[in-house]
Design a binder for this molecule. Structure first.
Ligand code: GDP
Length: 293
């Protein structure tokens, strides 16, 4: 279920519950069943959905509430709290500071949207007055990064001829530190699978550039399989934050978000389109409030 559809289904279920003349167990259960069904269709893990229902029923004990209580509000609040809980990793991410050079290394599988996301991240910060720069440490992807960077007027570094990509990353970071850039973004190689060579390359780039933050970029279409993918990357490199791409078109987006939260890795942005500004900060409460309820 794509994000807008999921939000529509959850809001409708809550609205129908709120419009009932009398709020009893039946009405509440029907509302929760509909929300659960919608979440399962978005590939949220079954256990998470079941726990959410159990918790809401525990928080809202209709028999203990006197007539004076606003049962609708209490149920709505419990639903909000539980949706936030499912999507909240409970752990903040390192946040770079404007004016202080930070190296941010991007990792992820090929096709996940990594290069596009490096540029979106740079552009987002540039619009807020930062001095970002892009370094391509990735075979065959320099042209793509160069094109995006040129369009967005962001300085970039890469090489068509140097085959030692670790060296390219090192040189790029060195240059932009000298030029007083405060956000040095390193795009790294991505393979189709989680092969050992991908992890080895990541290690070497991390050794050479000493990133302040490693961001794992992931395509939302894999849904709850994100759990295993994030864990695999975390075992190889110290992933400090996650960006989930293609939240605009995929049925399993919220499943992916909840799976990443379950790995206790903070999601900091989501990609919601191909353009450089189709990118938004991910913050659990506003996301649930605006997109799901
Ligand atoms: P990489 O191989 O991981 O660097 O992936 P790319 O950055 O080349 O992106 C792969 C494709 O996904 C491109 O066609 C991008 O335009 C597209 N893409 C990236 N992010 C998003 C997003 O948030 N939404 C949509 N719809 N497409 C995206």
């Amino acid at each position: 279920m794509v994000l807008a559809q999921l939000g529509g289904s959850i809001s409708l279920a809550v609205e129908q519950m709120s419009n009932a003349t009398i709020i009893d167990d039946n009405v509440m259960n029907q509302c929760l069943n509909e929300i659960s069904r919608a979440l399962l269709q978005s590939d949220v893990n079954f256990k998470l959905v079941r726990d959410m229902e159990t918790n809401i029923k525990k928080i809202v004990n209709l028999h203990d509430l006197s007539g004076g209580h606003n049962k609708r509000r209490i149920i709505q609040k419990a639903i909000f709290t539980e949706l936030c809980r499912i999507l909240d990793p409970g752990k903040p991410s390192f946040t770079p500071k404007k004016g202080q050079a930070s190296v941010i290394m991007f990792v992820g599988l090929q096709g996940s949207g990594k290069t596009t996301t490096c540029a979106k991240y740079a552009y987002y910060h540039q619009m807020k007055g930062w001095k970002p720069a892009l370094v391509s440490s990735r075979a065959g992807a320099f042209d793509q990064l160069k094109q995006i960077a040129t369009k967005a007027k962001i300085p970039f570094y890469g090489s068509y001829t140097e085959s030692d990509l670790v060296r390219v990353a090192f040189e790029g970071v060195k240059r932009f530190k000298k030029e007083n850039c405060d956000l040095i973004i390193v795009d790294t190689g991505g393979h189709h699978n989680q092969e050992a060579s991908l992890f080895e390359e990541m290690h070497q780039v991390a050794e050479a550039t000493k990133p302040d933050l490693v961001i794992f970029v992931m395509d939302s279409s894999i849904g709850q399989a994100a759990f295993d993918q994030v864990q695999a990357f975390k075992q190889s490199v110290s992933v400090g934050a996650v960006i989930i791409t293609k939240m605009d078109g995929h049925a399993k987006g919220v499943g992916a978000l909840s799976a990443v939260a379950a790995t206790k890795s903070p999601v900091i942005f989501i990609g919601i389109g191909e353009d450089k500004d189709e990118f938004e900060v991910f913050d659990v409460k506003p996301f649930v409030g605006r997109r799901l309820l």
